[in-house]
Design a protein around this ligand. Structure first.
Ligand code: NDP
Length: 265
């Protein structure tokens, strides 16, 4: 990694105030990057970045990723402060878990605005900066809910399925500018979002459905995001990596048989 700070790569992480985004920001800092943490929750973001305690390397930018003007203003802030963008992680997301017939249009729009529009807007704005310098890497944080339909996820699951297609579209169209675009599809991770929507019974269901039998950790998501942004993944683009303890591979999974097998070990 270059010693001259101006030569060190810059990663932009949306939804960086907490959860997976904060872990991703810490991963980049631990791997020689400078980071721009974006979030609409200003006080939580400022506290998180202050706690990192590296004001020369990690900055907080208040931004609602669903607002085009705010995203462009954030990109100009990054221009002024660091003058380059090497990686973008579109992680900001919201979850509304509601029955398909009870989901209001306002809920649907709010989910699409952040989860889908935000990925489109941020990749356009920060991708332009990457293009200007000859390339970069983008990782979109989708979900296993975008790979498989599930209960009460009409807005959330549809938004994440759209992000998976958007990832492929972006990979194809941005390849001409040296920009790689991939997605991760996390299984359940114990963040504030999961605490909001996962009851004890839902948690038990997940433990049953996931071959590795546990929730993922924020750091386990960050490791895969970091790999996809690194030169080690230089020939990987347009892919979706499920970081889900085997959930997507298992289908029904037959937890009864799995328990029997476990008991016989
Ligand atoms: P959290 O809710 O813990 O953190 C998300 C952060 O993003 C919050 O600070 C939130 O602020 C912020 N945010 C939301 N909307 C916007 C917006 N429009 N502009 C800027 N910031 C915004 O989420 P997680 O860490 O759990 O999830 C991160 C990503 O991972 C999401 O995309 C989620 O869908 C995905 N994911 C999470 C899983 C899980 O089990 N946790 C599983 C699969 C995927 P605010 O508090 O104001 O909303």
């Amino acid at each position: 990694m270059p010693h001259d700070p101006a030569q060190r790569p810059v990663a932009v992480v949306t939804g960086g105030a907490r959860g997976i985004g904060l872990a991703v920001g810490r991963w980049f800092l631990g791997h020689g990057h400078r980071v721009v943490m974006l979030d609409r929750d200003g006080p939580t973001l400022d506290a998180a970045v202050a706690a990192i305690g590296r004001p020369d390397d990690a900055i907080a930018v208040h931004c609602d990723v669903s607002d085009e003007a705010q995203v462009e203003a954030a990109a100009r802030t990054v221009d002024a402060r660091f003058g380059r963008v090497d990686a973008l992680v579109n992680n900001a997301g919201i979850a509304v878990f509601e029955h398909i017939q009870k989901t209001t249009f306002a809920q649907w729009r709010a989910v699409m605005a952040t989860n889908l529009d935000g990925v489109f807007l941020c990749t356009q704005a920060f991708g332009a900066r990457m293009q200007a310098r000859g390339g970069g890497a983008v990782v979109n944080v989708a979900s296993i809910s975008g790979l498989r339909a599930s209960t009460m996820r009409v807005a959330y699951g549809t938004s994440k399925a759209a992000v998976i297609h958007l990832t492929k579209q972006q990979a194809v169209e941005l390849s001409h500018f040296g920009i790689r675009v991939n997605a991760i599809a996390p299984g359940p991770v114990d963040t504030a979002m999961a605490k909001l929507v996962h009851t004890a019974a839902v948690r038990a269901d997940y433990h049953d459905a996931i071959p590795l039998g546990r929730y993922g950790a924020e750091e386990e998501m960050a490791e895969v995001v970091g790999f996809l942004c690194s030169d080690a993944a230089a020939y990987v683009t347009g892919q979706v990596v499920a970081v889900d303890g085997g959930f997507d591979a298992a289908g029904v999974g037959l937890p009864t048989l799995r328990r029997d097998l476990g008991a016989g070990r």
